[in-house]
Design a protein around this ligand. Structure first.
Ligand code: RDL
Ligand code: RDL
Length: 153
């Protein structure tokens, strides 16, 4: 199995490095990394990782800035990632950490690392052990901040 890691130079945290570190815990997984300037460049990077570099799944990491323009662009980038999934019939795990989700740089770095690592685990589970995700169905999982948990205890 080969997992693609697509990330950006725009992001203020090296989320790709955390995903690679997390994936290295799984000896059977090969890794392809592809870094682009910004999140709007991610969809084609992911499509190329799948079609030209043979990735079974891709983790796409981006950091939308705090301005309205950035949020609009994030929506567009997200639609591009959705389209790339439908065109290739492969999952692309979108890991976007909005700059304004965090109160300060320290929290931003913490959140980005945690969300990146948790979604790396999701990617491995999706392709290698999907039953793990089914066991977590309806449990209110979140990536980064605390899980919401199930509505009925
Ligand atoms: O194709 C070159 C750029 O247009 C592309 O890299 C964009 O994703 C860059 N970019 C913006 O132009 C913007 O207004 C980004 C953001 N906002 C943003 O919030 N986060 C990004 N890129 O990763
Ligand atoms: O591809 C990985 C994730 O991007 C994807 O699973 C998203 O659907 C996760 N997600 C969000 O990123 C978000 O901002 C979800 C929500 N909100 C949400 O409200 N409900 C979800 N997922 O099921």
């Amino acid at each position: 199995m080969k997992i693609g890691v697509a990330d950006t130079t725009f992001a203020r945290v090296n989320m790709g490095a955390f995903v690679v570190d997390e994936l290295r815990k799984h000896a059977s997984v090969a890794i392809e990394r592809y870094t682009v300037p910004g999140f709007k460049d991610l969809p084609v990077a992911c499509k190329k990782l799948i079609e030209e570099r043979g990735c079974d799944i891709v983790v796409a990491l981006g950091m939308p800035g705090g301005k309205d323009k950035d949020k609009m662009c994030a929506h567009e980038a997200s639609q591009g990632l959705m389209l790339a999934q439908l065109m290739t019939n492969r999952h692309i795990i979108e890991v976007f950490v909005h700059e304004d989700e965090a109160e300060n740089d320290r929290e931003l770095a913490w959140l980005a690392e945690r969300r990146a690592r948790e979604h790396a685990e999701n990617a491995v589970n999706l392709i290698l052990r999907p039953q793990v995700l089914t066991r977590q169905a309806g449990t209110g999982q979140r990536q980064g901040f605390e899980d919401a948990g199930p509505a009925r205890q």
